[in-house]
Structure formats: C-alpha cells, structure tokens
Write a protein that binds this ligand. Sequence first.
Ligand SMILES: Cc1ncc(COP(=O)(O)OP(=O)(O)O)c(N)n1
Ligand SMILES: Cc1nc(C(=O)O)sc1CCOP(=O)(O)O
Ligand SMILES: [Mg+2]
Length: 193
Amino acid sequence: MTDTRPGRNPLDIVAAALRAGFDVIQVRPEDHVTDREAYELTVRVLAMCRELGRTCLVNDRLHIALAAGADGGHVGADDLPVAAARRILGPDAILGATARDPQTARRAVADGASYLGVGPAFATTTKSGLPDAIGPAGIRAVAQAVSVPVVAIGGVTADRAGELYAAGAHAVAVVGAVSGAADPFAAAAEFVR
Ligand SMILES: Cc1ncc(COP(=O)(O)OP(=O)(O)O)c(N)n1
Ligand SMILES: Cc1nc(C(=O)O)sc1CCOP(=O)(O)O
Ligand SMILES: [Mg+2]
C-alpha cells in the first residue's frame, strides 16, 4: 500500500515493491492528498503495474479508480457501503472491504466484496483510531467465516507474516514495514521470500 505521509516517496517504494515481486499495489491517498494528486499518483502506479502484469487498486476514492482505469478499489466502515461501491465499480472489478469480525465479513461478501481486509492483525503506528489488534486468532475467525480471500493488515512484518498465513490469510497488506525500511527493496524481497 502506498505511503503518502509527508517525507515519503510513494513511487520509489512502489517501484521497489514491484521489483521484489509484490502482486498488488493499493494506492491509499491520505486525507491531505488532493484528488488531482491522488489521480496522478494512481495513473503512475497503474502504469508500473500494467508493465509487469500486476494489480492496482485504489483505496476509498472510487471515482479515481474508475477515472484511471484501475483494477478495483477498497472501502471500509467510513466509506461508501460495499453494495454502493459494487454498483459504482461494476460487476467485474475487484472490490475489497474492511471487516474485523465474522458477522461484518459475511455481510460484506453478501454485498459484493471480492476480498476482505482484516485487521489490525498487530499494533500499528501507520493508522490511528483503530481497535485493539485481533492477532492471528482474529484473522482465523474471519477466514473461516467466508470463502473470499482474506488479506491480513496492520503491523505486519515479514517475520510475522507466516503466523497470519497459517491462520488462513491469503495475503498480507503492508505499509510501514516496507516504506519505513532503510532498504525498501530488501524489505519487500523478505516478504516475498
Ligand atoms: C487491504 C486493506 N484492508 C484494510 C484497509 C483499511 O480500510 P479502511 O478501514 O477504510 O481505512 P483506510 O485505509 O481507508 O484508512 C485497507 N485500506 N486495505
Ligand atoms: C490502513 C490500515 N488499516 C488497518 C486496519 O486494520 O483496517 S491497519 C492499517 C495500517 C497498515 O499499515 P502498517 O503495515 O504500517 O501497519
Ligand atoms: Mg477507507
């Protein structure tokens, strides 16, 4: 996931992550990023993904996903409802939804989510206001409740990703462990390894 916090260079990090073998990039423009900036970032990330046959999603701002021609988007509890997001993106787009418990997860899938972002797996400093970490057990509870892929998110490091896969995660999503690394390519490669 892109890191648009001040002082970060999201495009360089995305390039390193793609070079290391990441399959999916989610463009996640934070609130201070204008729509114009978010669109321009998405267009550039999408071009990098297309060149390598990887997938590009846009968080929250589905109009930008559509305008740029991205592969889909992601919504959470404060965003458009999943069913509305599905109507906007159409039947074939990838649509992720945040779910922290089995009941929310089942509802999101019924409303059209094609994968679920589940967390926070572990404590994170990247996003504030989150509930307590749910750990591998929380990931497992959701993974057992649905048949769509579960993406574990929140405080994920390469060292701890294995616990999440063992709990049923199909993938992990990461910001800080790659973006904040001294060598983002090496950090991303460690995840892939
Ligand atoms: C893969 C994935 N999982 C969860 C989220 C979080 O979405 P949300 O709860 O809407 O919070 P923001 O990312 O919008 O701040 C995500 N983006 N991606
Ligand atoms: C954006 C986001 N959403 C979360 C959730 O639990 O919904 S955790 C999170 C932050 C992910 O960043 P990092 O890999 O640096 O912890
Ligand atoms: Mg959101």
